[in-house]
Design a protein around this ligand. Structure first.
Ligand code: NAD
Length: 350
């Protein structure tokens, strides 16, 4: 069985990827994760102890640790999800984003390059380093057009700037040293196990509790939403059959204004769990001061991934958001342990 080293596998997308890949079979997975506030081993409780799964607690920026993990597990491929990922946090404190997303990715690349160079020729040829990135590196769109893989990089937040730098390093490691890299740039994800600081789970929790729903600016910023299950399938496809050195955009063909997303969540919850006082949840929406540098519109052209690799999304926005609302309603224990901090304290022995 081949071995896959996944970094950041205790996070939202990485966790979904680990669960999905193990369920599909064919890979043994080693999950390297620093367990920052965004890392949650509760997500992976069902696979703990499986012989085809191992967890390594540490930082992608710690070269000695990464080298030990590579030498100990001898992976056939690496998928890099590890990152600081929340735009608002990057505005309050960009340094952590540069440390993990730029310096950490560079350290990981250097360690992987050293390991890859020592592999026997056939294993070296088959090896892949897949870097998971975001459409936010391309900046903001006007009313027309979509991002392609050739769109210029114009990052506007410290988060997207740090991801852009990491993408460039990955590209450089391919062109300079021949490391067999792949990069995916994906639009906004939503779905199970997303940390409740991000728009969709945050709104679900607040709306469920009957609290005010803060929406940035005029609420008309557009994101191209992709169900996380479709994203992890795309990553699997690119890993399996992507052209070495290539970039693949991943998107859901599901452009929606933020206000539409919030109103959809309100309507779904009104149906499933009406408020005791009979209020409609839309009345909870309150517009708040816009995020500085807030990109207006993102939209992804995923035609390369679709035509070359035969991937397509299986969830529409409407079906995906309904599944997501139902998942959060059914997993209030998971959310509760995030909100009261117990998901971290137990694991870290605090
Ligand atoms: P997340 O914040 O939920 O998870 C990040 C994970 O990385 C956590 O488990 C955390 O503990 C781990 N981590 C952080 N710093 C680390 C370090 N220095 N060493 C090792 N592990 C570390 O993020 P996510 O939403 O799952 O995103 C995963 C990747 O996908 C990121 O690279 C992000 O840029 C990219 N991405 C996210 C989205 C989205 O909508 N969430 C969209 C496109 C791309």
């Amino acid at each position: 069985m081949k071995t896959l080293l996944v970094t950041g596998g205790a996070g939202f997308i990485g966790g979904n990827f680990v669960l999905d890949t193990l369920a599909a079979g064919g890979w043994r997975i080693v999950n390297l994760d620093a367990l920052t506030y965004a890392g949650n081993l509760d997500t992976l409780a069902a696979i703990e102890g499986r012989p085809d799964y191992a967890f390594e607690h540490g930082d992608i920026g710690d070269a000695a640790f990464v080298r030990r993990v590579l030498a100990g597990h001898r992976p056939d491929a690496v998928v890099n999800f590890a990152a600081e990922s929340h735009v608002d946090r990057s505005i309050d404190g960009p340094a952590a984003f540069v440390q993990t997303n730029v310096v950490g990715t560079l350290t990981l690349l250097e360690c992987v390059l050293g390991y890859w160079r020592e592999l026997p020729a056939a294993e070296r040829a088959a090896f892949r380093f897949l870097h998971v990135s975001t459409d936010e590196v391309y900046g903001s769109l006007g009313a027309q057009g979509r991002f392609t893989e050739e769109s210029p990089y114009q990052p506007n937040s410290p988060y997207s700037a740090s991801k852009a730098a990491s993408d460039h390093l990955v590209r450089a490691f391919h062109h300079t040293y021949g490391l067999p890299t792949l990069t995916t740039n994906c639009s906004n994800n939503y779905g199970p196990y997303q940390f409740p600081e991000k728009l969709i789970p945050l709104m679900i929790q607040k709306a469920l509790a009957g609290e005010a729903l803060p929406v940035y600016g005029d609420g008309r910023n557009v994101r191209d939403w992709l169900y996380v299950g479709d994203h992890v399938k795309a990553i699997g496809r690119v890993l399996e059959a992507g052209r070495v050195g290539e970039v693949y955009n991943v998107g859901g063909d599901a452009e929606r204004e933020n206000i539409h997303v919030v109103k959809t969540i309100c309507a779904l919850l009104d149906e499933r769990r009406p408020l005791a006082d009979g209020r409609r949840r839309e009345a909870l929406i309150s517009y708040v001061k816009d995020r500085p540098g807030h990109d207006r519109r993102y939209a992804i052209d995923a035609s390369r991934l679709k035509s070359e690799l035969g991937w397509t999304q299986s969830e529409s926005f409407e079906s995906g958001i309904a599944r997501t609302v139902d998942w959060y309603l059914d997993h209030q224990d998971w959310v509760g342990r995030v909100l009261d901090g117990s998901y971290r304290m137990e694991r870290l022995g605090v």
